[in-house]
Ligand binder design. Structure first.
Ligand code: ADP
Ligand code: MG
Length: 230
C-alpha cells in the first residue's frame, strides 16, 4: 500500500526554480533513496514533506491525507545530532513517545542495548561519539509512532568505518521494526547498499532523471560493501 505520494511538486525561491515537477511514492515498509548532488533541493523536499516549507505547487499525500503545511506526521533525522543536550540517552529516546502520550520504556532499553549502548542509558549526548549520537536519534525515530522516517544524509558527518557499521545496524533495526524510510544522500554506494528503490535527481532545477528498483535477492551485508566496489 502507498504510504506517501508526492505529486507534481515544484518549489521556487523568488525566481530561482529549485524542484521541478517531482512525482514519486513510498510503499509501506519500503526503503527508498533519493540521490542528488549538493544543492539539488533534497533538504528542501524534506522540509516540504515535514510541513516546514510550503511548495509552490503540487501535493503531498500521506495515507490519503494532504499534509502540506502540516507538521508532526513524520520523524526526521538530520545530518548531525538532533539530540537534546540536557536530556540523557534514555530521555532522548523516549521524547517522541512522551509527546504522543504512550511510553514503552522496556523496548527503549532493549533497543539501546541492541545498538551497543548498554550502560549509556543515563549518559548525556556530549559523552557520546558522533556515531553513538546518530544511533540514539535512529532509536528515537523507530520508537516514534509515525510510520515514515526521513533521513537527510544522516551518515555524512561520520568516518568511513563508523558509516559501514551504521549501515548494517540500520538495516537490522529497520527490518525488525517495519517503518518506511525515505533517505537522501549524494553517496551512490550507500544508496545502492541500503535501498529497495532508488530515485535519481537531475541538477538545477531538480527533477527525476531515473528511478529503479534494486533486486531483492542481492546480499545486503557490510562485508560485501567492503570487498566489492559497486
Ligand atoms: P540539498 O539538500 O540537495 O543540498 P537544499 O535543499 O539545501 O539542497 O538547497 C537547494 C537550493 O535551494 C540551494 O541552492 C539553496 O541555496 C536554495 N535554498 C534552500 N532554502 C532556501 C531558502 N529558504 N531561501 C532561498 N533559497 C533557498
Ligand atoms: Mg541537504
Amino acid at each position: 500500500m502507498k504510504l506517501l505520494e508526492v505529486n507534481h511538486l515544484s518549489k521556487s525561491f523568488g525566481n530561482q526554480e529549485i524542484l521541478k515537477d517531482i512525482s514519486f511514492h513510498v510503499e509501506d515498509g519500503e526503503f527508498v533513496s533519493i540521490l542528488g548532488p549538493s544543492g539539488s533541493g533534497k533538504s528542501t523536499l524534506f522540509r516540504m514533506i515535514g510541513g516546514i516549507t510550503k511548495p509552490s505547487s503540487g501535493s503531498i499525500i500521506l495515507r490519503g491525507e494532504n499534509i502540506i503545511g502540516k507538521k508532526g506526521h513524520i520523524s526526521y533525522i538530520p545530518q548531525s545530532s538532533s539530540l537534546f543536550p540536557w536530556r540523557t540517552v534514555l530521555q532522548n529516546v523516549l521524547l517522541d513517545q512522551e509527546l504522543s502520550g504512550k511510553v514503552d520504556k522496556e523496548r527503549a532499553v532493549q533497543l539501546i542495548e541492541r545498538a551497543g549502548l548498554k550502560g549509556y542509558e543515563h549518559a548525556y549526548p556530549h559523552e557520546l561519539s558522533g556515531g553513538m549520537k546518530q544511533r540514539v536519534s535512529f532509536i528515537r525515530s523507530f520508537m516514534n509512532p509515525q510510520s515514515l522516517i526521513l533521513l537527510d544524509e544522516p551518515f555524512s558527518a561520520l568516518d568511513e568505518f563508523t558509516r559501514l557499521s551504521m549501515h548494517k545496524w540500520l538495516l537490522s533495526i529497520w527490518s525488525e521494526n517495519k517503518k518506511s524510510i525515505l533517505f537522501v544522500t549524494h553517496n551512490i554506494e550507500e544508496a545502492l547498499f541500503l535501498s529497495d528503490r532508488l530515485i535519481i535527481f537531475s541538477e538545477k532545477p531538480a527533477n527525476i532523471k531515473a528511478e529503479f528498483t534494486l533486486p531483492f535477492s542481492r546480499p545486503r551485508n557490510t562485508e560485501l560493501l567492503l570487498t566489492e566496489p559497486f
